[in-house]
Design a protein around this ligand. Structure first.
Ligand code: G3P
Length: 483
């Protein structure tokens, strides 16, 4: 059944080939708030054939869109960003309800997303190609000239995670549109309502028919159809490493950008400013209750500084408020009980292996208090596994080399922090860490969003960040002029 095009946010249906529709079989997925456990809405569970409709519509619309002047694409993105920002309260409230992110951070996510879209529009109009002359190559003919331009890939499949339902969706969709691609958008199931609102804001900004299509449904049911569909020309995925790996095996020979898990260490040397380190580490580890791929997920501290750092961390961690996102608490319920059980399992295992609880380790359903564990041994699972929750293990080390070894023995390689006042040591350590980015005397984090953002090993593939995302959604087209 086809419903009327929305004028305000309805959050009920999906956008397929330019129409806001219910799905044909009427099957829906009910979403409940992770914090209040109340029902907050439902989204259609699309069938495989509806997924096909989405891809085909994007393919058809993309051909025309690729010919649309850059300044017109830029205007669409600006109108989208303005719509989002204008409705930041209502969209932020939905993010808060849907993924239990504290209210102020949820609203900030909307503003950050609008900023990202505008910056993408600005950078996108400046994505010029280049001209190479043949005679710059040894013995090459001056009569040949290569005109190299960036052309769209076709249809981008944007698969977003729950933790930034708006930002990590728009950071795929905006560069795709700006570079002339069509989009099939698969929001995280818990995050679909915010994702649909975001697309309503885009549609109302004047999105051409069929250019972006939403495919809600269980990843386990439609995921394979999406990633193996012949009409998909690029996949941009943020989520768990296991899913990323399985997706890359199925996807075949198309470009992939994968932002996956992390086990970011904060290495603290004995000469570090420990007040600053404690503040940065606490923010880095516990914001959004640790449900960030870039969260600090272990501290590797030199024995000489460990007692003092632990005291300062304890003080900072105990200042965090614990409660409901509606009350703007710092640490809020995790996305689901399964996630909380997993975190609890890691805490219990570390305690069994002689870790000492400095603070925390209290739980009510999926709300886990911020937990600091000291004297964690490298035998403990939490030294290596990603909790995606509010727990921070402290591993004491006796040398810089030991810290680097433990950092690099990880399967992950997203980011790392190094805290020291010795500039030479900071560079020496940073140069040896097998990660995408090293933060010197600061917490691990992705932004500002025009910086390159990448992971090595099981943390990902490809580079994101405004300009890099734009480039990842194009290929070079070469025209050789023979004089
Ligand atoms: O978890 C996703 C990752 O992109 C985190 O971003 O901004 O929290 O560092 P951010």
């Amino acid at each position: 059944m086809i419903t009327k095009k929305v004028e305000t946010f309805s959050q009920k249906n999906v956008l397929l080939n330019g129409e806001w529709r219910e799905n044909e079989n009427g099957e829906r997925i009910t979403l409940t708030s992770p914090s209040t456990r109340e029902e907050i809405g439902s989204v259609p569970a699309l069938s495989e054939s509806e997924v096909g409709t989405a891809v085909n519509a994007a393919k058809e619309a993309q051909r025309k869109w690729a010919k649309t002047p850059l300044h017109e694409r830029k205007q669409l993105l600006y109108r989208w960003a303005d719509n989002l920002e204008e409705h930041k309260e209502v969209i932020g409230t939905m993010i808060m309800k849907e993924v239990a992110k504290k209210k102020s951070s949820a609203v900030d996510e909307v503003v950050r997303t609008a900023d990202f879209i505008r910056h993408t529009a600005e950078e996108g109009v400046r994505l010029n190609g280049e001209l190479l002359t043949g005679d710059s190559y040894n013995g090459g003919p001056a009569s040949k000239t290569a005109q190299v331009s960036h052309v769209p890939l076709g249809v981008v499949l944007a698969i977003a995670p729950f933790n930034y339902p708006l930002n990590l969706s728009a950071s795929k969709i905006a560069p795709a549109l700006m570079t002339g691609n069509g989009v099939v958008f698969k929001p995280a199931t818990q995050g679909s309502l915010s994702g649909i609102m975001m697309m309503e804001a885009l549609d109302q900004a004047g999105l051409p028919k069929g250019l972006v299509n939403i495919t809600t449904g269980r990843g386990s049911e439609i995921g394979d159809t999406l990633v193996t569909h012949k009409g998909i020309d690029q996949i941009s995925f943020t989520g768990g490493s296991e899913t990323g790996l399985s997706l890359s095996k199925k996807a075949g020979m198309i470009p992939l950008v994968l932002e996956l898990g992390g086990k970011d260490p904060a290495i603290v040397l004995e000469d570090a400013d420990l007040d600053k380190a404690a503040k940065e580490i606490t923010g880095g580890a516990f914001s959004y209750s640790g449900q960030r791929c870039t969260a600090i997920k272990r501290v590797l501290v030199k024995e000489e500084a460990a007692d003092e750092l632990v005291d300062k961390l304890k003080e900072k961690v105990e200042e965090l408020s614990v409660g409901l996102p509606e009350d703007d608490a710092d640490v809020t319920p995790l996305i689901n009980d399964k996630g909380a059980d997993y975190v609890q399992g890691l805490i219990d295992d570390a305690i069994d292996k002689k870790a000492k609880v400095v603070t925390g380790d209290e739980r009510k359903e999926n709300l886990i208090s911020p937990t600091l564990l000291d004297h964690v041994s490298t035998d403990a699972r939490i030294a290596w596994e990603e909790p995606f929750g509010p727990v921070l293990p402290i591993i004491r080390v006796t040398s810089e080399e030991e810290a680097i070894k433990i950092a690099n023995d990880s399967e992950y390689g997203l980011q790392a922090s190094v805290f020291t006042q010795d500039i030479d040591a900071a560079h020496r350590i940073a140069d040896q860490l097998e990660v995408g980015s090293v933060q010197l005397n600061g917490k691990t984090s992705r932004g500002p969003d025009h910086f390159p953002f990448l992971g090595v090993k099981n943390s990902g593939l490809g580079v994101q960040g405004v300009r890099y995302s734009l480039l990842s959604m194009t290929r070079q087209k070469v025209k050789v002029l023979n004089g």
